[in-house]
Design a protein. Structure first.
Length: 211
């Protein structure tokens, strides 16, 4: 049986993580999502996104550069300070940052909910509620994109994090059109050092006519 660890991530840990990731390029999953939306979205006039757990803000900046309005939510004050320092003045009006836990959030109607390596940090008891909130907030034709950790991940069993097997991810995707469901199992690195990764990249589209 795997060891169980509580409360693994302190504000200091996250600040170190933001410094470690600040120079990375936008995530491939974000670029893939935006290319998909551009490809299918000739009818789409509105570009409003919610980013959950934005970290150092690189992906929020990419959304802003591409003309999206972004509501960026993270549990850490340091994340908000990090991102706000990085936003060019001409894009500031398109960004709202909120410091709040993702558990218990209320979200406005939106065209994209993007959560890169952040939903795994949701308390598993609160995850179903968060997942419902995401779905409710998405407008018809809107997308969810993000990663979910798999049950074979080295951190599986740590609390209060959320992990899913493939069947669990497929259950979460019910009622959406699956644009991408890609499973990765690999040896790699995390901010803490070498790590066995197991995660799912997911892009889902909420059915319905784009308003
Ligand atoms: C692994 S980082 C990912 C950051 C960024 N999205 C990326 O891809 O590099 C997870 C982020 O989620 C935030 N986070 C973790 N638990 C959270 C919670 N319960 N509520 C809100 N944000 C949380 C952390 O502060 C951190 O910025």
């Amino acid at each position: 049986m795997r060891p169980t660890t509580r409360g693994a991530c302190s504000p200091r840990h996250w600040l170190g993580y933001y410094r470690w990731t600040a120079d990375r390029p936008p995530r491939e999953l974000l670029l893939q999502t935006l290319n998909h939306i551009d490809w299918e979205g000739r009818r789409r006039r509105r570009r409003e996104a919610v980013e959950l757990g934005f970290g150092s803000g690189t992906d929020a900046l990419e959304l802003l550069r591409r003309g999206w309005r972004v509501l960026a939510i993270d549990g850490q004050v340091a994340a908000a300070k990090f991102l706000e320092r990085r936003v060019p003045p001409r894009l500031r009006a398109s960004l709202t940052t909120v410091v709040a836990p993702m558990e218990g959030l209320e979200l406005p109607p939106t065209d994209l909910v993007y959560a890169s390596f952040s939903l795994p940090f949701c308390d598993p008891e609160r995850f179903p509620d968060l997942w419902r909130t995401i779905r409710t907030s998405l407008r018809p034709g809107g997308h969810f994109a993000g990663q979910l950790f798999g049950t074979d991940d080295a951190w599986a069993g740590r609390r209060p994090f959320s992990f899913f097997d493939r069947a669990g991810v497929q259950r979460l995707a019910r009622g959406y059109t699956i644009e991408l469901l890609r499973e990765t199992v690999e040896e790699g690195r995390s901010y803490r050092g070498p790590k066995h990764w197991h995660y799912f990249d997911v892009i889902l589209e909420k059915p319905g006519r784009v308003p």
